[in-house]
Design a protein around this ligand. Structure first.
Ligand code: AVJ
Length: 330
């Protein structure tokens, strides 16, 4: 298993974790204990993205069945000029949950007036890698990385003040949030970005489950490995007793909520032990690990309006797989 150099050093040497790492680990442990004790059981999807999980997610984005990344990238490449026509005078690009920032380069190429890029992500390692990748490609760009959870960031750096800002939230990450949470997040982003700003949001569209299900349950089993990595992570980082092979990946479409749901399903009666607690699983019992909400263009526009944004444009590919929304503030 891959992990950050620093983390493996602490574990292999038996050295104590730094206080911030200890806090992160306790937060992880608390969330896992709470989620496993709940019925139905669930685990928060934000814990997918350790070093190995991030690597597996990158692999998912290259899969034939997983269309979102490919289609969104094509939308950005094809409509860069139109996006610039709408928002060409933006000076600051603020990206929420920026990850590897691969799609950002297309946007920066289209937006000539942007001189400052503010990526926000929980992974310091990702931010550093993304910054050096972008610096090489965009001469003179000033990058001000923020290590933070994008839902809770309180303020932007002073350099962004009184400048025209474009927010960017790609990949349909907004789909991980419930409708209420998405509305709260959009309103929060509006406050953060401020007057005369705009927000470009990538949103996966509602579609035939025959397309959705393979996107979350691919033939090569990469998504299964991504989902099961959460159990490997719990075992490794929290010293849990778990038979990871005793669980299987499952992905279903819930018509009522309009979302893909991922589960880890126990393949037998078994016990999971963690921090002095024992959890009894029945054969077939599930742990809910992710929701990925899908929106029609109209549904997302209504949600954005309820959060105080004015829907300005929406770009959709010819197969109607994915949408890119431009929202404005008065
Ligand atoms: C990164 C949250 C947008 O929901 O499609 C990919 C994560 N989960 N395959 C998504 C994911 C399973 C992805 N997001």
């Amino acid at each position: 298993m891959e992990r950050s150099a620093h983390q493996s050093f602490a574990e292999e040497s038996g050295a104590a974790l730094a206080p911030s790492e200890e806090a992160t680990r306790d937060e992880f442990a608390d969330a896992v204990l709470q989620g496993l004790a709940r019925k139905p059981r669930s685990l928060p999807c934000r814990f997918f993205y350790d070093a190995r999980g991030s690597e597996l997610f990158e692999e998912i984005t290259q899969l034939e069945e997983y269309y979102p990344t490919r289609v969104e990238t094509a939308l950005l490449a094809d409509h860069g000029a139109e996006i610039a026509a709408e928002m060409g005078d933006a000076n600051v690009l603020v990206e929420f949950g920026s990850g590897s920032s691969r799609k950002t380069s297309l946007l920066l190429a289209a937006l000539a007036a942007v001189d400052t890029y503010i990526p926000i992500d929980v992974s310091e390692e990702f931010l550093a890698q993304a910054a050096s990748w972008l610096e090489e490609r965009h001469d003179g760009l000033s990058i001000r990385s923020l290590v933070a959870d994008f839902t809770s960031i309180a303020a932007l750096p002073l350099t962004a003040r009184r400048r025209r800002k474009l927010g960017f939230f790609s990949g349909s990450t907004i789909g991980n949030l419930s409708h209420d949470e998405a509305c709260t997040f959009l309103a929060h982003a509006a406050r953060l970005l401020g007057r005369r700003s705009a927000f470009l949001v990538g949103v996966d569209l509602k579609k035939d489950p025959a397309i959705l299900i393979p996107a979350y349950n691919d033939a090569r089993g990469v998504t299964a490995a991504f989902n099961l990595n959460l159990l490997h992570r719990i075992k490794r980082e929290l010293d849990a007793e778990i038979d990871v092979d005793g669980f299987a990946h499952d992905a279903v479409y819930d018509e009522v909520h309009g979302r893909m749901e991922m589960y880890l399903v126990s393949r037998k009666r078994q016990l999971v032990r963690l921090r002095g607690r024992t959890f009894r699983f029945a054969d077939g019992e599930r742990i809910h690990t992710e929701n990925s909400h899908k929106y029609s263009a109209e549904e997302f526009q209504a949600l954005a309006e309820s959060a105080g944004w004015q829907p300005a444009r929406v770009w959709i590919d010819e197969d109607q797989l994915f949408s890119l929304h431009l929202l404005r503030l008065a």
